[in-house]
Design a binder for this molecule. Structure first.
Ligand code: NAD
Ligand code: TYD
Length: 356
C-alpha cells in the first residue's frame, strides 16, 4: 500500500480519488484536517476498505512511526502543507511548523522505517515530496521558464518554507541515502479547490454577486496546471523517476490573472448568465496588491516529457470549462466549506484592501 499525507486537501484528495479509480493498491491517508482539509472531498470513498483515513499531524513522530510500522507502505507521498501565500503573510508560524518542522519529522520517521526494511523493500521504497515552482522566485516577462537547475530564490514566507522543506528532502537523500523524488509544480486548478485561491474564489464570488478582487494591476502571470494532470505526473515520477532528482510539472499555460478572471466570467456568462443580462466581468474590482507579490512564474516541463514521457492532457480551455462546470454542479460542497472560519478569513484578507 501507499501512504499519503495531506490527502484531504485539494491536490491530495484528487490524487487519492484518481489513484483508487485506476488501482487496487490501498491508500493510508494521513491528514491533520486544518481549515483546508475536508473529508467531504473523500465522501465517495466511504465504506471503501482500500482507503484508510487517519487524522494526524505529520509532525507527530510517534503517530507517524506507528502508522508506518502498522501499514508497511512501499511509498510515502508528502502533500501536507500550509499552502496559501496570503495566509503566510498574515501568519507565517504555521508554515514553519508544518512545512519545515513537519517535513523534517516526517523524513526522520520515514528514514527510521526505511532503514529497517528488508533488502528488496528497501531498494524499491520511494518518498515523493510535492513542492512548488514558487521556490524559484519570480521571473521578468522575458526570462526563460524555470528549469530544475534554476536557483532557489523564494520571496514569500510560504515559498521560503517550501524551499526549506525541499532542501531537507535533498539532504536526507544525499546524507542518508533516503530514496527521494521531488516534484515542483505550477499553480493547480480544478475540482475541490478551496475558494481562498484565485480561480475558485472568483467563481464563488461571481455567483454570489460579490466583487472579484484583482490584486494590483492583474498582470501577474501564473502557469496553470489542471489538477488531474498533476496527479498523473506524480504517478509517472513514482514509477520511473530517478532517485534524488527533481521534476518540474507545468501545464504550458502562462496567463495573466486578469485574463484568467475574464475567462471565468465569460464561461459563467455562458453557463449561468446573470439575471440582469450583464456580464460577471462587471464585478471585477482592482484592490491593493499583495506585499512582495511575485510577478511571473513559468515552468519548463521538458525534463519530465523528455525523460519520463509525461505531458498534460488538458489545455487551459478544456480544464477551465470542466472546473467552472464542477463548481456549478456542486453548490452544496461550496456552501459547506464556507464555514465561520472561511468567512473570518475573507473579512481579514479583503476588508482591509482598498479598491484602487
Ligand atoms: P491544501 O491547502 O488544499 O491542502 C493541504 C492539506 O494538508 C490539507 O488537507 C491540510 O489539512 C493538510 N495539512 C496541513 N498541515 C498538516 C499537518 N501538519 N499534518 C498533516 N496534514 C496537514 O493544499 P494543496 O493545494 O492540496 O497542496 C498540496 C501540496 O502541493 C502542498 O505541499 C503545496 O505546497 C503543493 N503545491 C500546491 C500548488 C497549488 O496550486 N495548489 C502548487 C504547487 C505546489
Ligand atoms: P493564488 O491562487 O493565491 O496562488 P499563488 O499566490 O500561490 O500563485 O493566487 C494566484 C494569483 O492570483 C496571484 O498572482 C495572486 C492573485 N490573486 C488575486 O489577484 N486576487 C485574489 O483574491 C487572490 C486570492 C489571488
Amino acid at each position: 500500500m501507499i501512504l499519503v499525507t495531506g490527502g484531504a486537501g485539494f491536490i491530495g484528495a484528487n490524487f487519492v480519488l484518481d489513484w483508487l479509480a485506476s488501482n487496487d493498491e490501498s491508500v493510508v491517508n494521513v491528514d491533520k484536517l486544518t481549515y483546508a482539509g475536508n473529508l467531504e472531498n473523500l465522501a465517495s470513498l466511504q465504506g471503501d476498505a482500500r482507503h484508510v483515513f487517519v487524522q494526524a499531524d505529520i509532525g507527530d513522530s510517534a503517530v507517524i512511526s506507528a502508522l508506518l510500522q502498522q501499514h508497511q507502505p512501499r511509498v510515502v507521498i508528502n502533500f501536507a502543507a500550509e499552502s496559501h501565500v496570503d495566509r503566510s503573510i498574515h501568519g507565517p508560524e504555521d508554515f514553519i511548523q508544518t512545512n519545515v518542522v513537519g517535513t523534517f519529522r516526517l523524513l526522520e520517521a520515514v528514514r527510521a522505517y526505511w532503514n529497517e526494511l528488508e533488502h528488496e523493500a528497501k531498494s524499491s521504497f520511494r518518498f515523493l515530496h510535492v513542492s512548488t515552482d514558487e521556490v524559484y522566485g519570480t521571473l521578468s516577462p522575458t526570462e526563460p521558464a524555470f528549469t530544475e537547475d534554476h536557483n532557489y530564490e523564494p520571496n514569500s514566507p510560504y515559498s521560503a518554507s517550501k524551499a526549506a522543506s525541499d532542501h531537507l528532502v535533498r539532504a536526507w537523500h544525499h546524507t542518508y541515502g533516503l530514496p527521494v523524488l521531488t516534484t515542483n509544480c505550477s499553480n493547480n486548478y480544478g475540482p475541490l479547490h478551496f475558494p481562498e485561491k484565485l480561480i475558485p474564489l472568483m467563481i464563488v464570488n461571481a455567483l454570489a454577486g460579490k466583487p472579484l478582487p484583482i490584486y494590483g494591476d492583474g498582470m501577474q502571470v501564473r502557469d496553470w496546471l489542471y489538477v488531474r494532470d498533476h496527479c498523473s505526473a506524480i504517478r509517472r515520477v513514482l514509477e520511473a523517476g530517478k532517485l534524488g532528482e527533481t521534476y518540474n510539472v507545468g501545464g504550458w499555460n502562462e496567463k495573466a490573472n486578469i485574463d484568467i478572471v475574464k475567462t471565468v466570467c465569460a464561461l459563467l456568462d455562458e453557463l449561468r448568465p446573470r439575471g440582469d443580462g450583464l456580464s460577471y466581468a462587471e464585478q471585477i474590482t482592482y484592490v491593493t496588491d499583495r506585499p512582495g507579490h511575485d510577478r511571473r512564474y513559468a515552468i519548463d516541463a521538458r525534463k519530465l516529457e523528455r525523460e519520463l514521457g509525461w505531458k498534460p492532457a488538458e489545455t487551459f480551455e478544456t480544464g477551465i470549462r470542466k472546473t467552472v462546470q464542477w463548481y456549478l454542479d456542486n453548490p452544496q460542497w461550496v456552501q459547506n466549506v464556507q464555514s465561520g472560519s472561511y468567512r473570518d478569513w475573507l473579512q481579514k484578507q479583503y476588508a482591509a484592501k482598498a479598491s484602487t
